[in-house]
Design a protein around this ligand. Structure first.
Ligand code: HEC
Length: 136
């Protein structure tokens, strides 16, 4: 290979690496921003704790929830893009307080609906809300 081609190949490889690194950094930054915003909107919940709580309560047995291992249930609606829906279960405006109310007392909000009361604590409801608000 002529020397000039080697340089060209090297230059291409270097710019490819730079682009990949920049892409990865942007991706990480977007994810971090999404997390911080969701935690703020939830009023102080923690996304990581919410993920753990969702696994603990077994929400995935009824819902598809991205980022939660094995969450592929089909009893309830998929929670894909739940953060950008206008309403919760078609009944409540989709804000943090209403989400926490729904998570803690779905039977009080809509008696007889398919989502059971699970004794979700206030703190867990806040963390779960933070997690759900990253799903957009
Ligand atoms: C036994 C099944 C079941 C379990 C367990 C369950 N849900 Fe549900 N969930 C439902 C059903 C059914 C609905 C739809 C209610 C309706 O619209 O009448 C629902 C609705 C919802 C909604 C509203 C979705 C929308 O499209 O507006 C959210 C959010 C939600 N559930 C989150 C959770 C979370 C978080 C957990 C775990 C703490 C959980 N659910 C556990 C069955 C379940």
């Amino acid at each position: 290979m002529p020397a000039s081609l080697k340089w060209l190949a090297l230059l291409l490889a270097a710019s490819f690496l730079a682009a990949m690194t920049a892409g990865a950094a942007m991706y990480a930054e977007t994810r971090a921003r999404t997390r911080v915003m969701a935690e703020q909107v939830s009023g102080g919940g923690t996304v990581a704790a919410g993920r753990a709580a969702i696994a603990r309560y077994g929400c995935g047995s009824c819902h598809v929830i991205s980022g939660i291992a094995g969450a592929s249930g089909s009893v309830g609606p998929s929670l894909a893009k739940v953060a950008v829906r206008v309403t919760i279960a078609g009944r409540l405006p989709n804000d943090a307080e209403a989400m926490m109310l729904w998570l803690r007392h779905p039977q009080a909000v809509a008696p007889g609906n398919g989502m059971p009361e699970q004794g979700v604590t206030r703190g867990d409801a806040r963390d779960i809300t933070a997690y759900l608000y990253t799903l957009k």
